[in-house]
Design a protein around this ligand. Structure first.
Ligand code: HEC
Ligand code: HEC
Length: 382
C-alpha cells in the first residue's frame, strides 16, 4: 500500500468507526478519553515496557521529552535503550488544533498535519506511528501490540464496550481503536488549557509588565519583526484558540545538529529534507521546509528547532536577528559563527527580513514569549 492509499484507508475506516460509534454507543465520550489517557501513559505499549507516549511528551513538562538522553535533550532515546532519534520531540500540547495535512488553494501552500514534515495527516494517524517505530517504542508489529493490550482487563472491557465485542478479532480495527482513543485524550483541554498569562491578559485578568507589553507589540508589529507572518495567531478564521502558527512549511535556515549526529550515528553528511521527506511531496521547492511550530509553552520546551540545535530561547531570537543585524554574527552558545543552513537553497529570505533588534528589544520579545506558558508549567520557567 502506498502511503496515500493507507491514508485513504485510514480515513475510510475511521469514518466507519465514527458512524459505528454514533449509532451504537451509549457510553459518553469520557470513556473514550479515559481509555486514551490510560494508553497514553502505559509503558506496555513499548516492546520492553520502558516507555509510553508520556516518556517523550511528558504531561508534567510541557508535553516534551525532558530527558537529557546524552544529547542535551535534542533527540529522544528509544525503548531499546540505545537508539537516539534525529528530530526533537515537539510538544503534544495544542497539537489537536493543527488542521489535517492539506494543500491550501488560497495560499497555494501545504498546511497542517502532524510531525515536523506533516507526514501524518492527523492525531489518529500520528498515534499509530510510535508503537511500531523501531527507534521509538519498538513493538514488532500491530498484532503483537494488540495481543499485549488484551493482557489488561481494563482495556478488554473498554475496547469491547466502546468498539464492539469482536474488536480484538481484527488487528487493524483494534489498532485503529487504540489510536482513536489516544487522539481523543490528546484533544482534551488538558492538552490545550489556554490559561497562560497571555490568555489571562486577553480576558482582563492579568496586566502585562511594561517589558512584556513591549515584547507583545514588537511580536505583532510587521514594521519591526516578522514573527506573526508565520507564527500567526490562527491558521484560519474558524480555528478556536490562538496557537501562534499558520501551520505552513518554511525553511528558516536551521543548521544541522552535528553534536546530535555524532551521538545517534547519522552521518554528518545526512540531510533532513523536511517537507520533502513527506511521502506525499516530491517538488524540490519544498526541500528543507519544516512545519511552523506553536509558540505555546515555548519558554519551557527547549531545546529548539526540529533538531534541537539551540538550547536557549534567546539563541533562537539572536538567530532570527542575525538575518538583519551584523552584530549577531556569532552563535551565543558557542561564540562561533553560525553554521550554514542545512538546506541553503530554499531559505525564505523574504519573510526573514525585518528591522534589527537591540538587546533590550530582544529581551522584551523573550519576556513576551514567556507569557505563553500554561499556568501549570509556570513553575518550570527559569
Ligand atoms: C521515543 C520518543 C517518542 C515516543 C515514545 C513518542 N513520541 Fe511522539 N514524537 C517524537 C518525535 C521525535 C516526534 C517528531 C518526529 C518527526 O517529526 O519526525 C514526535 C511527534 C509527535 C507528535 C506531532 C506533534 C506536532 O506538532 O507535529 C505528536 C502529536 C506525538 N508525537 C504524539 C505521540 C503519541 C500519542 C505517542 C504514543 C503513542 C508518542 N508520540 C510517542 C517522539 C516520541
Ligand atoms: C518564515 C516564517 C517564520 C518567521 C518569519 C518566523 N518564524 Fe519562528 N519558526 C518558523 C519555522 C518553520 C520554525 C521551525 C524551524 C525548524 O524546526 O527548523 C520556527 C521555529 C521557531 C522557534 C522554535 C520553536 C520550537 O519549538 O523549537 C521559535 C521560538 C520561533 N520560531 C520564534 C519566532 C520569532 C520570535 C520570530 C520573529 C522574530 C519568528 N519565529 C519568525 C517559521 C518562522
Amino acid at each position: 500500500m502506498t502511503s496515500y492509499q493507507s491514508y485513504l484507508y485510514q480515513i475510510s475506516t475511521a469514518a466507519i468507526l465514527s458512524i459505528y460509534s454514533l449509532t451504537t454507543l451509549a457510553a459518553p465520550d469520557q470513556t473514550l478519553v479515559n481509555l486514551g489517557n490510560a494508553l497514553y501513559n502505559d509503558t506496555q505499549l513499548s516492546n520492553n515496557g520502558t516507555q509510553s507516549c508520556a516518556t517523550c511528551h511528558n504531561p508534567k513538562h510541557g508535553f516534551i521529552d525532558n530527558r537529557d538522553n546524552g544529547v542535551k535533550g535534542a533527540g529522544s532515546l528509544g525503548d531499546d535503550g540505545h537508539s537516539i532519534g534525529d528530530r526533537n520531540a515537539p510538544t503534544a500540547a495544542y497539537a489537536s488544533l493543527s488542521p489535517a495535512f492539506h494543500f491550501d488553494t488560497k495560499s497555494q501552500k501545504y498546511k497542517g498535519g502532524q510531525f515536523h514534515d506533516g507526514r501524518e495527516t492527523d492525531l489518529k494517524g500520528q498515534a499509530g506511528g510510535p508503537p511500531t517505530n523501531p527507534i521509538e517504542m519498538g513493538m514488532k508489529d500491530k498484532a503483537a501490540l494488540v495481543k499485549k493490550l488484551q493482557n489488561n482487563p481494563f482495556y478488554v472491557q473498554s475496547f469491547t464496550s466502546l468498539f464492539g465485542k469482536d474488536i480484538f478479532s481484527d488487528v487493524d480495527q483494534a489498532y485503529l481503536a487504540m489510536t482513536k482513543s489516544i487522539a481523543a485524550f490528546e484533544s482534551t483541554t488538558e492538552f490545550a488549557p489556554f490559561d497562560s498569562k497571555y490568555d489571562r491578559y486577553l480576558k482582563g485578568e492579568y496586566t502585562l509588565t511594561d517589558h512584556e507589553e513591549l515584547g507583545r507589540s514588537l511580536f505583532f508589529s510587521n514594521n519591526n519583526t516578522n514573527c506573526a507572518t508565520c507564527h500567526q495567531l490562527k491558521a484560519s478564521e474558524d480555528q478556536t484558540g490562538e496557537t501562534f502558527t499558520n501551520y505552513e512549511y518554511h525553511n528558516i535556515g536551521t543548521p544541522k545538529n552535528t553534536a546530535l549526529r555524532s551521538k545517534n550515528g547519522k552521518s554528518s553528511t545526512h540531510i533532513d529534507h523536511g517537507l520533502l521527506e513527506n511521502p506525499a511531496i516530491t517538488d524540490q521547492q519544498h526541500d528543507g521546509k519544516f512545519k511552523v511550530p506553536t509558540l505555546r509553552n515555548i519558554a519551557v520546551t527547549g531545546p529548539y528547532m526540529h533538531n534541537g540545535v539551540f538550547q536557549e530561547l534567546s539563541t533562537v531570537l539572536a538567530f532570527y536577528d542575525k538575518f538583519n543585524n551584523k552584530k549577531r554574527h556569532l552563535n551565543p552558545e558557542n561564540k562561533q559563527p553560525w553554521n550554514a543552513a542545512e538546506v541553503p537553497a530554499t531559505v525564505n529570505k523574504k519573510d526573514l527580513k525585518a528591522k534589527k533588534l537591540t538587546d533590550a528589544k530582544m529581551a522584551a520579545l523573550e519576556a513576551f514569549l514567556r507569557t505563553l506558558t500554561d499556568k501549570r508549567f509556570e513553575h518550570l520557567l527559569k
